[in-house]
Ligand binder design. Sequence first.
Ligand SMILES: Cc1cc2nc3c(=O)[nH]c(=O)nc-3n(C[C@H](O)[C@H](O)[C@H](O)COP(=O)(O)OP(=O)(O)OC[C@H]3O[C@@H](n4cnc5c(N)ncnc54)[C@H](O)[C@@H]3O)c2cc1C
Length: 404
Amino acid sequence: MKKTGIIIAGAGPVGVIAALACAQRGYAVTLLEAEAGIDDSPRAATTHPSTLEMIARVGLIDQFIQEGLVARYFQFWDKPARTKIVEFDHEILVGETPYPFVVQTEQHKLARMGIERLRTFADVEVRFATRAVTVSQDADGAAVSAESPDGPQTFRGDYVIGADGGRSMIRKALGIDFEGFTWPEHFLVLTTLDDFQELLTGCCYRNYLADPDEWTNLFKVAGDDGKGRWRAVFPTRVEESDEQALGDDSTYSRLQKVFPLPRRYNVVHRNLYKVHQRVAATFRRGRVFLAGDSAHVNNSVGGLGLNGGIHDAMELVDTLHQVVTKQADDALLDRYTRRRRTLNIEFVQEQTILNKKRLEERDPKARQARFDELRAIAEDPAKHKEFLLRTSLIASVRKAQSMA
Ligand SMILES: Cc1cc2nc3c(=O)[nH]c(=O)nc-3n(C[C@H](O)[C@H](O)[C@H](O)COP(=O)(O)OP(=O)(O)OC[C@H]3O[C@@H](n4cnc5c(N)ncnc54)[C@H](O)[C@@H]3O)c2cc1C
């Protein structure tokens, strides 16, 4: 019998996880990546319990944990006062998930380990330096045309998944609106070898520092050498040019405001990102689907974007499988948009906008009220648990089950 064929555009972490989930169901998979290798710029690391359960389902969890850092806690700080406001403890989720912690593993490691696993399947082809340029479909299948080192090529299958990131060619080719807005500031990400756990006494691997002038997210990752490094994320000023934001004066003075050192920080990487809150009007057009950043983008406060993308990949492949195995008819495929679009708006967009507002609140009374609210949540075990069920997207997964 002919195998179901899936063409996936984009070998970011979402495309790779989708490919792996398809391969494990016995589909023939072609994964097309525009670049010559995996993008290893510093982006996602924070992986929440619900997503760890999915990474376990595709068989990568041991390696994923081994290559990252287990973060049981996260904290909110008052940055100008250099005072800890509150600490949340994932241990309260024992009994709700086998993974009552966050794992900080850089997203390029997930893509790399997924591709290594994909190479063990006979019917999987991973093609780097192959850029999808158009998508088409008819009653029997769908096709992606691509530019490759061997010239133009067309890949045909039963379904296409556009996991080609925020600027998705697939989304644009389908004429799907990317509804939402773009923040006026950019986010600056600095990576330093200086150890904030030695400097900012009492901080943990994930820290959110509120500051009316310039908030900071501060978190630790293992790095490719496993020796550990810290990433600090800052908003830029609207009037600041990219050159100024990335320059030495900006980077060093920003880190000095987190903790003053009598010398310059050892900054090993700097990067600047545009920040959007956008969701595609639909995640499906016929036999073509969007997943991950091609379907939705958000600010990184709370570390939810990639988590949501992996949830898309797993939901999509589960839904496709019900249709492919004739447990359901094609109409079920629309449930993918109903669930994932709605849940992204409710659990990712709303939460990341709120997270950012919490950190940048300027009004002193409102700022204090936000701190008091967080303390009240942390001090009440039921509220603490409910808060973490939401931030870890466990509540989102449970809600999906109730959505027809
Ligand atoms: C600073 C920062 C920190 C973040 N931190 C977190 C976090 O802690 N937790 C979290 O959950 N999320 C976080 N995110 C968001 C996360 O990085 C993204 O959600 C994630 O990269 C989405 O993965 P993806 O596979 O959908 O897209 P991408 O990672 O963008 O991958 C898309 C891939 O498609 C390829 N491609 C593009 N066009 C084509 C084409 N035409 N043909 C073939 N291939 C193509 C690209 O080269 C790329 O490899 C962060 C983002 C930023 C910027």
